[in-house]
Design a protein around this ligand. Structure first.
Ligand code: ADP
Length: 279
């Protein structure tokens, strides 16, 4: 076989091709880097916008809450039952916006890594009791009962940031409450996993459950399953995203099992304060 190009010419041709390809690669690499930088800038601008907007909203919302509270308590004059009823609705809607704004700020802190933890040894049953006490009005309004084994106070302390862990547990329990049917039961249970040196907490409800096809998205930001949107129009889809981030940053895990129409069980682990206390 012969070629009409001499070997040296074809080598030169190959080298030139290679050089052109190299230049193209370098240019493409630069373009991608620049695009990536632009995206990072945009992402930062978006985060800043959310933070500023949410912060700006918090003050007037607190003002509204304060004023409505005064009116409801009758400190600005007595009200008819009907007026109280309407004011109560305004108060609750305002509270929901405050929660949403707090979620937005929380999610933003998670994303930007601006979440700082102050670890300490905590008695989990006490913390859960506090969260449940705060939720009592919401539970009562839906006629929900909570089963929580109080003998578990003999359990060893966990290592966590109290405020953040409380927020995570609140988000999970809020969901158990929101997505339960009226009159349902929620069970909270604690146990020690000696292999993992962690406390395992489970939150079980018999509510609407999560459709199998949507389960993989549950911890994603802003994701809400179709049946949840249908049942409970309020919700940001941020609660579990925040809870997962908090639990994992404390060295734990979070997962769930669920069946649509049957209910859900959410589990999380929280490392024990002192490994030697186990078993
Ligand atoms: P949301 O504000 O919508 O409750 P979350 O991030 O807390 O947002 O939860 C994301 C989605 O996960 C919910 O919209 C719902 O579809 C589903 N989900 C979470 N917990 C439960 C639960 N206990 N029962 C049924 N669905 C749940």
């Amino acid at each position: 076989m012969t070629s009409d190009l001499s070997p040296s010419v074809s080598t030169q041709h190959l080298l030139a091709e290679q050089e052109r390809a190299g230049i193209l690669l370098v240019r493409r690499d630069r373009e991608l880097t620049q695009a990536n930088e632009r995206l990072q800038d945009l992402d930062e601008a978006k985060s800043n916008f959310i933070t500023v907007a949410a912060h700006q909203l918090r003050t007037p919302l607190s003002g509204i809450k304060w004023t409505l509270n005064l009116l409801l308590k009758g400190e600005l004059g007595s009200l008819t039952d009907e007026q109280k009823n309407f004011l109560m609705k305004a108060y609750q809607s305002n509270d929901r916006i405050i929660m949403l704004v707090n979620d937005m700020l929380g999610a933003d802190r998670v994303e930007s890594g601006r979440m700082h933890f102050r670890f300490e040894a905590l008695a989990l049953p006490v913390l859960i009791d506090e969260v449940l006490a705060e939720m009592a009005p919401a539970l009562h309004a839906r006629h929900l009962s909570v089963l929580f084994d109080h003998h578990s106070s003999a359990l060893p302390p966990v290592r966590a940031d109290a405020k953040k862990l409380r927020a995570a547990i609140q988000n999970i329990l809020d969901n158990s409450c929101k997505y339960s049917h009226d009159g349902g039961t929620i069970t909270v249970a604690l146990s020690v996993d000696t292999t993992e040196h962690a406390m395992v907490v489970s939150f079980t409800d018999h509510g609407i459950g999560i459709p199998a096809s949507q389960q993989k998205h549950i911890f994603e930001r802003f994701f809400r399953a179709q049946n949840a949107v249908k049942m409970e129009t309020d919700g940001s889809g941020l609660g579990l995203f925040i809870a997962k981030s908090i639990i994992e940053k404390q060295g734990g895990r979070i997962w769930f099992t669920s069946e649509e129409g049957q209910g859900s069980a959410f589990f999380c682990t929280i490392p024990l304060a002192q490994k030697e206390q186990v078993g």
